[in-house]
Design a protein around this ligand. Structure first.
Ligand SMILES: [Mg+2]
Length: 193
């Protein structure tokens, strides 16, 4: 039995990379300059790093799974070049009103649901008492909260706007708010969350 490790689940768009709407081309995928440093710090400190991302652009026919794989390969390779490793990437392709029939589903994996996290929990050796979720939307915070993660909302992507405009409506508040992914990671490593 492998040793159980703590995990940080990361949203992708608006957390790791600039949120350019539905990213349908590899050239629109641009990581924040601190992303690799943040992931590397988690690697060094023994955390698993797992990306949990809604990609309903697949269901809407905006891009294919081949394009998504190409983008994720680029992300993994670019991070690796900077000494940072991702332990898993889980994506939800669904949408209840999908144009693409095979992705048409009211699923249990689209955040704020927890299906993607559940999958990661089955496949990886995760210490369930030490789980964190970092994301820029309330749906990230909800998915993390429902799975038993401590949650951090970043102000990049949709974060800042959602905090200003929508936070009064939220069912669950994030445990912490951080300016960026890197600041969120520092909170975890300094045990400030
Ligand atoms: Mg996001």
């Amino acid at each position: 039995m492998n040793e159980l490790k703590p995990v940080v689940f990361l949203d992708r768009d608006g957390t790791i990379n600039y949120d350019a709407g539905y990213i349908n081309d590899i050239d629109n995928f641009i990581m924040y300059p601190y992303a690799a440093q943040a992931v590397r710090m988690l690697n060094i400190n023994g955390f698993l790093v797992v990306v949990i991302t809604n990609q309903s652009g697949l269901a809407r026919g905006f891009f294919t799974e081949d394009t998504l794989s190409e983008i994720h390969n680029k992300m993994v390779q670019d991070l690796k070049k900077q000494g940072a490793e991702i332990d898993g990437i889980y994506f939800c392709p669904h949408d209840p009103n999908a144009k693409v029939e095979k992705y048409k589903s009211v699923c249990s994996c689209r955040k704020p649901e927890t299906g993607l996290i559940d999958m990661a929990l089955k496949e990886l050796n995760i210490d369930k008492s030490r789980m964190y979720f970092i994301g820029d939307k309330h749906s990230d915070i909800m998915a993390g909260y429902k799975s038993g993660c401590k949650t951090i909302m970043v102000k990049t992507g949709y974060g800042k706007g959602d905090l200003i405009n929508k936070s009064h409506k939220w069912e669950v508040k994030p445990d912490k708010i951080a300016d960026t992914l890197l600041d969120g990671v520092k909170l975890i490593l300094k045990k400030q969350i």
